[in-house]
Design a protein around this ligand. Structure first.
Ligand code: URA
Length: 328
């Protein structure tokens, strides 16, 4: 093996690392020695094993275009929390203050070293009062043929959300992709198929849960939703979550988790740990689109989902028929 990497390889590597920074998984990738657990805790599901060859999720065909500059633009534009997904590159001994716009932080300690607490003491979401007798129908009616942000100019269909209005479990994704935009339904593309497998592995059906997104219209070319779009759309998401009042919210990916938790901490720092959102238990985990590209991370997500299952009183099925035998 040569002592020095070629310039081309070095360039490729640094682009790759920068991409991991951008999507907030660099630390995870560095530690990516995840294998099948022998304690049975990963024994889960067929979805863990299928690696979907050539997986470049159609929801995120330009995932790599999510450049550092784009994240920087978002941060500069923000007035509330903006994801700083590059913070994993900082040494752990130099914690970076987060969410400067928020007045102060709670004293809750984290299990991951000396980083600042995850959720702000004063949450912008918490300060919004609940609307009495709100319902998904009323919220959909209020939303109308929304033209409140620029996404309406390029969308085909509003993707409001889908599933059980009384669900105990709500999944919140980032925003509609091409298939969702065409059908007006959340998570119906390849990432959606994987999400369906994950839900079924939990012993549930899609109709049992509710699925929605941070923004209800497709960002052009599947770019990250921008701050003004999130700010405009999140009151409707908030109302949906209040109206459904689930036991557990699962945030799929950094955009969803960072929006609801009002943090710019990288998701790899807090995924798999219980958080609170307006009195609901919240679990952040990786986005299925990320799993399509990085099947090794499925075992981590399955561990997170098993924690959710425990809270919901769902049993981890061991039978082959249930697709829950240990992954090979
Ligand atoms: N990814 C998302 O975040 N949401 C969808 O609805 C589909 C893919």
């Amino acid at each position: 093996m040569p002592d020095r990497l070629s310039d081309a390889l070095q360039d490729k590597l640094s682009k790759r690392l920068s991409f991991y920074d951008d999507i907030g998984i660099r630390q995870f990738y560095r530690n990516r020695t995840v294998t099948t657990a022998n304690d049975g805790s990963y024994s889960g599901a067929a979805w863990l094993r299928c690696s979907l060859p050539g997986a470049s999720d159609e929801h995120e065909p330009d995932f790599q275009k999510r450049t550092t500059e784009h994240v920087e633009t978002l941060r500069v534009e923000t007035q509330i929390a903006i994801p700083d997904t590059r913070e994993e590159t900082l040494p752990k001994s130099q914690p970076k203050p987060i969410v400067p716009q928020l007045p102060s932080f709670g004293a809750r300690s984290t299990s991951k070293g000396s980083l600042p607490p995850l959720t702000p003491k004063i949450s912008l979401f918490d300060s919004v009062s609940r609307i009495a007798d709100d319902s998904l129908l009323k919220i959909r009616t209020d939303l109308g043929e929304c033209a409140r942000c620029k996404l309406h100019t390029t969308r085909n269909k509003i993707v409001f959300g889908d599933g059980n209005p009384k669900a105990e479990l709500v999944f919140v994704g980032e925003g509609p992709g091409r298939d969702e935009d065409a059908q007006g339904l959340p998570f119906v593309g390849r990432a959606g198929k994987l999400l369906t497998q994950m839900i079924e592995a939990m012993g549930l059906q899609r109709k049992d849960v509710y699925i929605c997104n941070v923004v209800k219209c497709r960002p052009p070319e599947n770019r990250l939703p921008e701050h003004d779009e999130i700010k405009t759309c999140s009151p409707y998401l908030l109302r949906q979550l209040d109206a459904i009042a689930p036991k557990v919210i699962v945030c799929l990916g950094a955009c969803s988790a960072q929006t609801l938790l009002e943090t710019n901490r990288g998701i790899s720092h807090f995924r798999g740990e219980w958080q609170q959102f307006r009195g609901h238990k919240l679990m952040a985990t990786y986005h299925p689109a990320y799993l399509l590209r990085n099947p090794a991370a499925k075992s981590e997500v399955w561990k997170d989902l098993q924690k959710v299952m425990a809270v919901l009183g769902l049993e981890v099925k061991k039978s082959k028929a249930a697709g829950a035998e240990s992954p090979s």
